[in-house]
Design a binder for this molecule. Structure first.
Ligand SMILES: Cc1cc2nc3c(=O)[nH]c(=O)nc-3n(C[C@H](O)[C@H](O)[C@H](O)COP(=O)(O)OP(=O)(O)OC[C@H]3O[C@@H](n4cnc5c(N)ncnc54)[C@H](O)[C@@H]3O)c2cc1C
Length: 238
């Protein structure tokens, strides 16, 4: 087992991990990014990015920008639609395989792909990422950026199931309230949009709660459906 030392290990080379690596590298930290997939990796995503986000990086993103978005339209299952024109140049689309890879390659960091982290160990002097291969890599700090369904966060006790639904809901809240057009045209003035959001949130929470309680419900169901035992009442015997 080899042990090497960095200031920060970042697990995951998606936009979150790449952004952390970018800023830490620019601040002079020795950064290692560990990505489980081989890069560039495919990511199912609509690929819409506000250009206000891109402007936060001193990087020319034109090599990975596909299109400018002028109008967005949301269509609900029952056929209703909400549409809005966007200010010119406000949103662009990217392909996530190219965009994510480009972003992480702009970071002043060592990037290792095909390197799934299987476990994390921590002691008083730092933290250790243990790869699936058994290799252990040490750093002073470790950032988990392994996606919305981070198994590692659960493994080290940073995430509990009950809070994750709330976090999932909250991560979309800025989308509804921060952008003035969304806030006024879809969020506040048009309650339809907010209602659909709440319905989705409620569905997900209920579904996950049911999944967690499935064994309990099966036992409960079995007990309820059991035929009542014949009750022999001696007092009523002739
Ligand atoms: C269908 C769909 C459409 C979407 N459309 C949009 C959109 O238009 N605009 C938008 O802004 N967002 C969109 N999103 C959301 C967007 O994809 C996420 O917000 C974004 O990917 C989160 O970035 P991240 O870096 O946190 O995680 P991710 O992009 O998921 O990156 C996590 C990385 O960690 C790696 N990893 C996981 N486990 C390990 C491990 N154990 N060891 C090492 N590496 C690991 C993964 O391989 C992955 O590369 C969409 C999502 C979906 C599902």
């Amino acid at each position: 087992m080899s042990v090497r030392e960095y200031d920060v290990i970042v697990v995951g080379a998606g936009p979150a991990g790449a952004t952390a690596a970018f800023h830490l590298g620019a601040a002079g930290q020795r950064v290692l990014v560990l990505e489980k997939e081989r890069l560039p990796r495919h990511k199912p995503c609509a690929g819409g990015v506000p250009t206000s986000v891109l402007r936060r990086f001193p990087v020319d993103f034109s090599p990975v920008v596909e299109r400018a978005v002028r109008r967005v339209r949301f269509r609900f299952a029952d056929g209703r639609e909400v549409a809005a024109d966007l200010p010119q140049g406000a949103v662009v689309t990217v392909r996530r395989d190219r965009f994510d890879h480009y972003l992480v390659s702009q970071a002043r960091a060592e990037v290792r792909d095909d390197a799934p982290v299987a476990d994390i160990r921590q002691d008083d002097t730092g933290v250790e990422a243990v790869l699936a291969s058994g290799e252990a890599i040490r750093a002073r700090y470790l950032i988990l950026a392994d996606g919305a369904n981070s198994r590692l966060a659960r493994r080290v006790g940073l995430r509990r199931e009950i809070g994750s639904d709330l976090l999932w809901g909250l991560q979309w809240a800025p989308f509804f309230y921060a952008h003035p057009r969304v806030s006024f045209e879809w969020g506040v003035r048009n309650p339809l949009f907010l209602r659909e959001f709440l319905r989705l949130f409620a569905w997900r929470t209920t579904y996950r709660a049911m999944a967690l309680r499935a064994p309990f419900l099966v036992v409960l169901g079995a007990l309820c459906c059991r035929k009542p035992e014949a009750h022999h009442d001696r007092a009523s015997e002739p």
